[in-house]
Design a protein around this ligand. Structure first.
Ligand code: NAD
Length: 256
């Protein structure tokens, strides 16, 4: 029997990059999947890959920054898949700019997607998790949520807030049998976000990924499935005594 056989998992931002690999990993572990993304074509592609594993996938196309989209998705999956056991809040956007050039619109959009999205999905799933006395939430932060870096003010602030929100929820809902953790990836390649970051680094005359990751303890960037493996562990009963943690998946880039 597969480790998460029969459980229902939801992944936001499941159309590409890390989110797609999380969906596939949880599918291989036996979960039925609720898949959410703003990009219909790419999330349908993920759904086809998930179904090919032999489990159910139900897609909702929407924007994580819209509370009505989050509520609609969770209500729909309750009917199509059953009660949600695992929520992975993965969707996010990168925002990089010199601080003095960050516009109010950039700032608000980054917070709306990266942070409000987590708030809305957690509020949507938690009442049923409390009723059932069980549930797991994994939130996507970043090493830049633990250490400020230049040109990432808005992005880093959202990722730091996600760590604190994770701790607050872990503290408040632990008594209901609900665990809430975060992961903090470092430099992960083969994602749209990384390609975008590389374009921006090149424009700013900064070194490329290969050069920067050569200096890391593990001497290379990470891959989406290496983040997905840690998320699957946190979602599983093997992590039964872990809550409120923000786990680095950085090849040693960040160790605190
Ligand atoms: N790639 C990295 O190096 C890295 C490092 C640290 C943290 N992260 C985090 O991992 C998560 C996934 O990143 P990725 O690199 O796989 O990115 P990606 O751009 O490859 O994929 C993000 C997915 O989220 C979806 N999405 C974007 N905005 C959305 C919205 N408003 N509503 C619904 N879906 C939306 C996109 O359509 C896409 O499918 C993000 O939260 C990111 O901040 C990535």
């Amino acid at each position: 029997m597969r480790e998460l056989e029969g459980r229902v998992a939801v992944v936001t931002g499941a159309g590409a990059g890390i989110g797609r690999d999380v969906a596939l990993r949880l599918a291989r572990d036996g979960c039925d999947l609720g898949l959410f993304d703003i990009d219909a074509a790419s999330v349908e592609e993920t759904a086809a890959m998930v179904r090919a594993v032999g489990v159910k996938a139900d897609v909702v196309v929407g924007n994580v920054s819209a509370q009505s989209d989050a509520n609609h998705a969770v209500e729909r999956w309750a009917v199509s898949l059953g009660p949600i056991d695992i929520l992975v809040n993965n969707a996010g956007i990168l925002q990089t700019a010199r601080f003095l050039e960050v516009t109010v619109d950039d700032w608000r959009r980054t917070f709306a997607i990266n942070l409000d999205g987590v708030f809305f999905f957690c509020q949507a799933v938690l009442p049923t998790m409390v009723e059932r006395g069980a549930g797991v939430i994994v939130n996507m932060s970043s090493w830049t949520g633990k250490k400020g870096v230049p040109n990432h003010a808005a992005y880093g602030a959202t990722k730091a807030a996600i760590i604190n929100l994770t701790q607050s929820l872990a503290s408040e809902f632990g008594e209901h049998g609900i665990r809430v953790n975060a992961v903090c990836p470092g430099i992960i390649v083969d994602t749209n976000m990384r390609a975008e970051a590389e374009d921006m680094n090149r424009d700013q005359g900064l070194p490329d990924v290969a050069t920067r990751t050569k200096a890391l303890p593990l001497r290379r960037p990470g891959l989406p499935h290496e983040v997905a493996d840690v998320i699957a562990f946190l979602a599983s009963d093997r992590a039964a005594y872990m809550t409120g943690q923000a786990i680095n998946v950085t090849g040693g880039l960040w160790m605190n």
